[in-house]
Ligand binder design. Structure first.
Ligand code: TXA
Ligand code: MG
Length: 346
């Protein structure tokens, strides 16, 4: 099977789905690996979100990822490998802190930004001097990386600026006709994109909060500061390497403080809008046209957030209201994603 037979981006050539949910994922992974090795685009599950994979050291293959996603060339992509040893040659230097973090948290939801070795194509780094590296923990991702035997570039498998996918169905909703196939490994478990840590400077810097929380990082980094500035409530998040609008459903989304939530819902509904709500289990959202109730625990909330937003986005609503999550470090990644989702379109 080669790329001519399965052109990317041809709506007449629907993406195939390989079922890797059963005990025997080997044939599904082998078929997907063949498509990747012949230059195709295959979405695959990681423990965070589904990634859109392509051979990461082949600029022509990585270029197809940018086209399929509609991603601006200024936004670099992450290279994924089966182990730290496999990824190490992609780094021009490997600081001690990278070694420590990799040893402790890989495989897992951590991406490390290091100085790039010359072998890394400039399309991967968006022309910059650094490269982002990750070893995912998901068994399907690991089997696929082993089968391909080369690093895979894999941004989240969604059109640029839209919600990340946590199921194969989410991937197809966004990218069917633009990719060659998707490996279906069922819903992802961590549910939010990996924590991105830049280790090129004197102090590690968190570029994107994620499932690997600050408390766990601090355990390893000791008293080392983690200078990640969170904007004041109500303001959109900003972080290097990220566009300001990201992770957004198509339906307008408003974040509403808990004490104003009931009033806001009543007001919007009486103005004739079809309103969907995302609330904590302690709240009552049953008067809304559609509602999703998520647990009051930051990890579980994060794991199910995108699924709930995809559902609400599919419910033909005029507006989605989401209760502002609590303050505090444990909720940082969830707040970051919701603030990006809530930002009005530029
Ligand atoms: O969990 C994840 O990280 C998923 C799965 C598939 O691994 N991938 C993912 O990729 O979220 P993407 O492309 O959607 O997000 C990667 C983030 C972007 O914000 C990008 O700007 C940043 O990482 N990034 C990539 N390379 C970088 C670099 N060299 N320096 C700074 N930021 C970088
Ligand atoms: Mg993304």
């Amino acid at each position: 099977m080669n790329i001519e037979e399965i052109p990317s981006g041809d709506p007449a050539s629907p993406a195939r789905t390989w079922d890797a949910t059963g005990a025997d994922l080997v044939p599904a992974v082998a078929a997907a690996a063949e498509v990747l090795k012949s230059g195709g685009l295959v979405a695959f599950p990681t423990e965070t979100v589904y990634g859109l994979g392509a051979l990461g050291l082949r600029p022509d293959c990585v270029a197809k990822v940018f086209v399929a996603k509609g991603r601006p060339a200024t936004n670099p992509v992450i290279l994924h490998g089966p182990s730290a040893e496999a990824l190490r040659p992609l780094a021009a230097c490997w600081p001690e802190i990278a070694e420590i973090l990799a040893a402790r948290f890989w495989p897992g939801p951590l991406t490390l930004v290091v100085d790039a070795a010359p072998v890394v194509p400039s399309i991967v780094t968006a022309g910059g001097s650094t490269v982002a590296l990750r070893v995912p923990a998901h068994p399907v991702a690991r089997a696929l990386l082993d089968a391909v035997g080369e690093p895979l570039a894999a941004p989240s498998a969604n059109r640029s600026e839209s919600l990340s996918p946590t199921t194969a169905a989410h991937v197809l909703k966004s990218l069917a006709g633009r990719i060659d196939g998707v490996l279906d490994g069922g819903p992802t478990t961590a549910g939010l994109e990996s924590t991105v840590v830049d280790v090129t400077g004197p102090l590690p810097r968190i570029l994107r909060p994620g499932p690997l929380g600050f408390a766990a990082l601090r355990e390893v980094l000791g008293q080392i500061d983690l200078p990640f500035a969170e904007p004041p409530a109500g303001e959109p998040a900003r972080s290097p390497g990220q566009r300001s609008r990201h992770y957004a459903p198509a339906t307008p989304l408003h974040l509403v403080p808990r004490d104003r939530f009931a009033d806001e819902l009543a007001q919007q509904t009486s103005a004739g809008r079809r309103v969907g709500v995302l609330v904590f289990s302690s709240e009552d959202g049953s008067s809304a046209a559609a509602n999703r109730v998520l647990p009051d625990d930051p990890e579980e909330f994060g794991a199910r957030l995108y699924g709930a937003l995809h559902d609400l986005d599919d419910a033909a609503l005029d507006l989605i209201l989401v209760i502002e999550p609590p303050a505090g470090e444990a909720w940082r990644a969830v707040r970051d994603r919701l603030r990006r989702a809530a930002q009005p379109a530029a």
